[in-house]
Design a protein around this ligand. Sequence first.
Ligand code: FMN
Length: 282
Amino acid sequence: MLEELIKVNGKFSELARKRFSCRTFDGNGVSEEKLNLVKKQIEKANESSENFRAGIVNKHELKAKKFFTTGTYGMFKGDKFYIVGTLKKESEFDWVKYGFFMENIIIYLTQIGLNTCWIGGVFDRKGFGGELGIREDELIPAIIPFGYCASKRTLRDRIVRWSAKGDKRKPFDELFFINEIPANISETKLKEVLENVRIAPSASNKQPWRFFIHKDRIDIYLRRDKLYSKLIPSSDLQMIDMGIASYHLWKSFLEIGMSGNWNLLKNKKSFPALQYIVSFIF
Ligand SMILES: Cc1cc2nc3c(=O)[nH]c(=O)nc-3n(C[C@H](O)[C@H](O)[C@H](O)COP(=O)(O)O)c2cc1C
């Protein structure tokens, strides 16, 4: 799946810090030139991808066709263009890959100066799906509005951000468990990499990822919030979160010249509170 990703040129650690969830856009959309750039990159990513597809939807066209919907029920303001990401789900792990695929698009949009927000909660899935010509075997787990953030946030935006504690993250020791420092990396560098993972976005900022660091690999587990999973039964947002954090981990190691492979280790057990997802092998 790595070959279907859009190439991101900037420094990942800087881009990861630049990204934040924008819910109040300036209402001006984006220039034709930039829109074409995004379209071209997405088409390229679609070509090499079997289970995922992304497309651009103009919310005003959606609204014109569907009189009673604004697409996101007024949670966002000034939003005009959306990336709509579809998934043809064949296994549970496809949710993880979907998060990886879509976060790559978000980081690319960040690189070209655009603001974004993941939306996996409530939105008009049927309306957005119709615009993209969604097939019967495809789902729309998430959409991403993109454009430029307004200088002043709406009250609603401030409330959503405050309730999700959007600027905060769990303490390092609650997310990362270092058994041994991997070869060829200092403890300081390792912590810098993990910090890029800690700032990844997650649904309702729940940060369900847990990382167990060993000399030769990192085992990644999901600490699921069962009640939360029931809220949006059609999408497994917390599995998508796992893909997003994995993308941050992979890009951060690449930035310091350390590559690795993704592997599903056979001998890994899940525990009642922790579900094994995947390992990153150095
Ligand atoms: C899979 C996923 C789904 C999300 N769904 C929504 C959503 O439906 N509405 C919303 O306002 N924010 C949504 N968010 C954004 C999170 O609330 C946000 O990433 C988190 O609070 C951290 O804030 P930050 O992105 O500004 O760092 C979603 C994020 C993820 C990763």
